[in-house]
Design a binder for this molecule. Sequence first.
Ligand SMILES: *[C@@H]1O[C@H](CO)[C@@H](O)[C@H](O)[C@H]1NC(C)=O
Ligand SMILES: *[C@@H]1O[C@H](CO)[C@@H](O)[C@H](O)[C@H]1NC(C)=O
Length: 382
Amino acid sequence: MHSSILFKLSLATAFASLSTAHTVLTTLFIDDVNQGDGTCIRMPKEGNVCTHPIAGGFESPDMACGRDGQQAVAFTCPAAAGSKLTFEFRMWADASQPGSIDPSHLGSTAIYLKSISSMSTDSAAGEGWFKIYAEGYDATARKWSTEKLIDNNGLLSINLPSGLPTGYYLVRSELVTLNNVTNDYVDPQFYVNCAQLFIQGVSGSLEVPSDKLVSIPGHVQPTHEGLSFNIWKDDPTITPYRVVGPEPFFPTADTSNMELSQNQTEGLIPTNCLLKNANWCGVEVPAYNDEATCWASSADCWAQLDACYKSAPPTGSRGCQIWEDQKCAVIQEACGAGRWQGGPLGAGQKLDVEVDQPVPGGVIPPAANADRLFGREASSST
Ligand SMILES: *[C@@H]1O[C@H](CO)[C@@H](O)[C@H](O)[C@H]1NC(C)=O
Ligand SMILES: *[C@@H]1O[C@H](CO)[C@@H](O)[C@H](O)[C@H]1NC(C)=O
């Protein structure tokens, strides 16, 4: 009796770890600057499935940008063409436990781009995608790309092509893992996420050769040899692994040709954010001088807090908690105590606190200042 309970418990634990040993893109860095957990990322909204592979097969629209990936998030991060992008992957979106992806999940990594005219109206699914980076098995290092990702604390860095025209882009990460591909069944797992970028690049329009341009869903033929590779049997040093999807296209340009032919108008992170949590930003409440305006400011604060919690992705709501404790609770207390004059105290001061989870291994000097919390603020948003 006792031992059977123990057995059931350990079985349950085994299943729990199976279901969470997957991965999700949580954080984007631009030239080593942390943009903030969840900021500019179209993350699945449900925490319990956010790390799961795409369900519904190769024809699912989720193949484009993952679950909930058809919906834009509020912020779009500015990045110069040619700049360094780093993608952080976690097994637990909120970093409540360490790890980037289960070591059994051997497979490839790839990065795609799609030029769009608007984040809110253009569809992620459909034509216009091209690959700028891919890695399958590194025969020199004798490692799969996902093993190198684990070695690098879940951080994957690439450079954006220098020859990208200025404009809005979706950048898409795709991990294809072969842990569930055997002689008996072929069930490759696709881990797909997107981030929203405004790329400051060259003038002109983007000309991608037609053989390098794909529609997603539709970029993967179910018969592609990269989907049926049996990691338990095939030796990638003998049978080279071929990554799925088109050949990469990497347009280069003389960077002296860079010009801002277009300024970012959508998805700007407001310069007056006092605190940011993923794609939410808290701004100063209206000034108050009497009982009525005090309570109105308090209500404004709590309404912002409500929006913060509602928008918080699975990376968490630490920023919301700080807003609640250090802003709303303080104002509410002041109103209740009759301190209605000259509020709020410290108006306009940024809440200079750590909202994001520490980066394992680190890609940036962890300076706790507003520049790090807010990333590069767009100069045109004032
Ligand atoms: C592995 O693939 C089979 C066949 O598609 C499926 O029934 C099973 O649930 C998969 N297992 C995991 C752990 O994904
Ligand atoms: C972009 O913004 C800058 C600074 O506000 C301005 O000088 C420039 O003319 C703008 N460019 C375009 C194409 O609107």
